[in-house]
Design a protein around this ligand. Structure first.
Ligand code: NDP
Length: 439
């Protein structure tokens, strides 16, 4: 860790992600002789390649803007680089390196042959016209296209990159390369996308939570669920919770959260989906239509009493104090839909209390797993049915849960899913790196 900190001292999110993995994986390395003296973890924390580039584009008034684009190609030991693109003003090398590092373990857990990567830009799509977003995406891809490919690196969406952006990015890749290939996932259904891909991260997080609850003879039926975020992951996590009989009472965005004591049912959720995805509105507008709901400006939903909490917005959104409050209010299960939404202190608090806690690299892996299924369908030039993809997603989430149990049990009755996910993810990548030698 000393070496990691001295090399990456100005990258707090990256150090946080590495620390969490190191704490659980180093004791395992020490116990298993094949890894001794191989410096595997030190090799894994150094990206294979870090690409940074200028993205110049012109807004609707003719003004020229310059943003910074990135692609972090972290590890390709078990397959081509795979991971999303994030467009958000907070994007920097530290955030993308933490996401790329997590992605390596997550992709390994999915059982599919995918290495890890991540990319994006500090461009903010919020408040931009469709034409401006298109010009930015085209300029971004004009450079990125030389570094990616269906056998090299296959990006997907993340915060700020949804179906609209993937369309613009794919269009420019196809034009420059003169190839129609599965170089991006999250594509539209009529041009190579997979059914269930939009739903997969949210649904998968709920499937994983369901597996955890089952170990304690519990389920979602009748449970009160607090969800943060109102983007892709939050929307479909909410949908699956509703289908399983749970009561979702909150959603949020960076302006604050809404609390609907009567529960957000499917009809209200469809209102939210239209508001966020088509009108690109703010979650506060929910209370104009549903008058009994409350909007809490600049606040987080963790103070609301619940049985299950699902942070689905962004990193470090749930801190130690929030964790204590959730426990005080009787929360029994926390499943991360976002990447690293809980701080180290919050995770420690959950572990101390021995409640069910799922780290994002396990619970939100359904998104990239279904991206892997999209890649398979593209290669085979076929399209599986909704039911078929959903069944495969359920099986993958159950397999990931089993892997966590295999490596994460502490005593007879408590599974530390952080430890389980980190070690299970590590073993496959580390063994491939050993086999391939020092490269
Ligand atoms: P979206 O852009 O669709 O939605 C993001 C949501 O989080 C929005 O409601 C947004 O609010 C909110 N948010 C973003 N930044 C902040 C912030 N700094 N403070 C408070 N709220 C914030 O992204 P996704 O739903 O795709 O991604 C959400 C999380 O899930 C991310 O951590 C992502 O890495 C992770 N993830 C996503 C996957 C996917 O398949 N999409 C796969 C695996 C993980 P606002 O509109 O105000 O910005």
């Amino acid at each position: 860790m000393k070496e990691v900190k001295s090399r990456n001292g100005h990258e707090p999110e990256f150090i946080q992600a590495v620390q969490e993995v190191a704490e659980t994986v180093i004791p395992y390395i020490a116990e298993n002789k094949i890894y001794n003296g191989k410096n595997i973890l030190l090799r894994m924390v150094e990206p294979e390649r870090l690409i940074s580039f200028r993205v110049s584009w012109v807004d609707d008034d003719g003004e020229i803007h310059v943003n910074r684009g990135y692609r972090i190609q972290m590890n390709s030991a078990i397959g081509p680089y795979k991971g999303g693109l994030r467009f958000h003003p907070s994007v920097n090398a530290s955030i993308l390196k933490f996401l790329a590092f997590e992605q390596v373990f997550k992709n390994s857990l999915t059982t599919l042959p995918m290495g890890g990567g991540k990319g994006g830009s500090d461009f903010d799509p919020k408040g931009k016209s469709d034409d401006e977003v298109m010009r930015f995406c085209h300029a971004f891809m004009a450079e990125l296209c030389r570094h990616i490919g269906p056998f090299t690196d296959i990006p997907a969406g993340d915060i700020g990159v949804g179906a609209r952006e993937i369309g613009f990015l794919f269009g420019m890749y196809k034009k420059i390369k003169n190839e129609f290939t599965g170089v991006l996932t999250g594509k539209g259904l009529s041009w190579g996308g997979s059914k269930i891909r939009p739903e997969a991260t949210g649904y998968g997080t709920v499937y994983f939570a369901q597996s955890m609850l089952k170990t304690r003879n519990e389920n979602f039926d009748g449970k009160t669920v607090v969800i943060s975020g109102s983007g892709n992951v939050a929307q479909f996590a909410a949908e699956k919770v509703i289908q399983l009989g749970g009561k979702v009472v909150t959603l949020s965005d960076s302006d604050g959260y809404i609390y609907d004591k009567d529960g957000i049912d499917q009809e209200k959720l469809e209102f939210v989906m239209d508001l966020k995805n088509n009108q690109r509105g703010r979650i506060s507008e929910y209370v104009n239509t549903y008058k009994s709901a409350e909007f809490h400006k600049d606040e987080q939903p963790w103070q609301v009493k619940c049985d299950i909490a699902m942070p689905c917005a962004t990193q470090n959104e749930l801190q130690g104090d929030d964790a204590a409050l959730l426990l005080k209010n009787g929360c029994i299960c926390v499943a991360e839909g976002a990447n690293m939404p809980c701080t180290a202190e919050a995770i420690h608090t959950f572990h101390e209390a021995k409640i069910l806690f799922a780290p994002g690299k396990a619970s939100n892996a359904g998104g990239v797993a279904t991206s892997g299924l999209e890649m398979s369908q593209n290669s085979l030039r076929i399209s599986w049915s909704r039911e078929e993809v959903d069944e495969r997603l359920k099986d993958i989430m159950e397999d990931i849960h089993q892997s966590c149990i295999e490596y994460g049990m502490e005593g007879d009755d408590y599974c530390n899913y952080v430890k389980g996910a980190n070690i299970a993810g590590f073993v496959k990548v580390a063994d491939a790196m050993l086999a391939q030698g020092v490269i």
